[in-house]
Write a protein that binds this ligand. Structure first.
Ligand code: F6P
Length: 325
């Protein structure tokens, strides 16, 4: 196995609160272990274009508390092509980078996996996404902060929902995963969550309406996972048509969910997996995502992290059902 002297680090895909804490952790842990660090700007796009800067410990000072990513990020279409990946590989060689650490979600780690396979290049992934949809790790960088952001938004919406005695459909991010919707519904005391994991084909809205909004509850809040066809608008329109006695409103939280200072949990998690990534390289691990399961650092092969479905714990569904009566 070739000796590693210089580690590259980049963030890719949707930014997530805690990415800066991860960049700081990777940089400082690498330096502590005697490696050089090269930061790559704008994700794989920047890697293809040679946007690289040597990092010292000072370059990552005062960033642990900040949202977004100081390295910027991108969703690169060009990197999905073989020609794009060749350009990226050429930059790695030119810059003397011996291993690459990619902080990002499903698409970004798929990119890292493909590069690693095509060029036999050591890559380590860190789970950086608010969606919490990566298999093999209990959580992801940014998920906890976003959950808290949604919870405080829903708390505020509750004030107006109660005052006007309305049904609110609140749409949250998550792409194809309902973790943000289900857990924010529990945390904010919402009446229901409509999530993609319910694959029974059951009409989740119908079930919720049939169960009945408790007589004493004049207002209610339903958290809806984003979906191109069946988002909050879709359900609100249906209720307006099928249950005209209710006063219905929609709130789509959008990108405010991705911003803000990371929670303590995300900062600690990002710091742990950042150190875990350098540890993984030292121990000869290659092409794995570093995660945490049952409070222990784990190495999850890329192919499992990105391709396996992360299940929703059915107890979370039971919790919301039983507590929202
Ligand atoms: O993957 C993170 C995420 O925020 C998803 O929840 C959401 O579907 C998507 O990114 C939005 O991406 P963009 O910012 O490119 O519109």
């Amino acid at each position: 196995m070739a000796k590693i002297r210089c580690v590259g680090v980049l963030t890719s895909g949707g930014d997530a609160p805690g990415m800066n804490a991860a960049i700081r952790s990777v940089t400082r842990s690498a330096i502590s272990n005697g490696f050089k660090v090269k930061a790559i700007y704008r994700g794989f796009e920047g890697l293809m274009n040679g946007e690289v800067k040597s990092f010292t410990t000072e370059d990552v000072s005062n960033i642990i508390q900040t949202g977004g990513t100081i390295l910027r990020t991108a969703r690169s279409e060009a990197f999905m092509t073989a020609a794009g990946r060749k350009r990226a590989y050429d930059t790695l060689i030119k810059e003397g980078i011996d291993a690459l650490i990619v902080i990002g979600g499903n698409g970004s780690l798929t990119g890292a996996m493909t590069l690693a396979e095509e060029y036999d290049f050591p890559c380590i992934g860190l789970p950086g996404t608010i969606d919490n949809d990566l298999y093999g790790t209990d959580t992801t960088i940014g998920y906890d902060t976003t959950l808290n952001t949604i919870m405080s938004c829903v708390d505020k919406i509750r004030d107006t929902a109660q005052s006007h005695e309305r049904i609110f459909f609140i749409e949250v991010m998550g792409r194809d995963a309902g973790f943000l919707a289900q857990n924010s519904a529990i945390a904010a005391g919402a009446e229901a969550a409509i999530i993609p994991e319910d694959s029974t084909g059951a009409d989740q809205l119908g079930q919720f309406m049939e169960r009945g909004i408790r007589k004493s509850k004049k207002s209610c809040m339903v958290i809806v996972s984003e979906s191109p066809k069946c988002g909050a608008m879709y359900y609100a329109e249906r209720v307006k048509k099928e249950y005209p006695q209710y006063d219905v409103r929609v709130s789509i939280l959008g990108h405010l969910q991705r911003g803000g200072s990371p929670s303590a949990h995300d900062r600690v998690f990002a710091s742990r997996v950042g150190v875990g990534a350098i540890d993984a390289l030292v121990k000869g691990q290659r092409n794995v995502m570093v995660g945490v399961r049952n409070n222990e650092i784990v190495y999850v092969p890329f192919v499992e992290a990105v391709a396996k479905h992360k299940p929703m714990d059915p107890q979370l569904i039971q919790v919301l059902d039983e507590l929202s009566i």
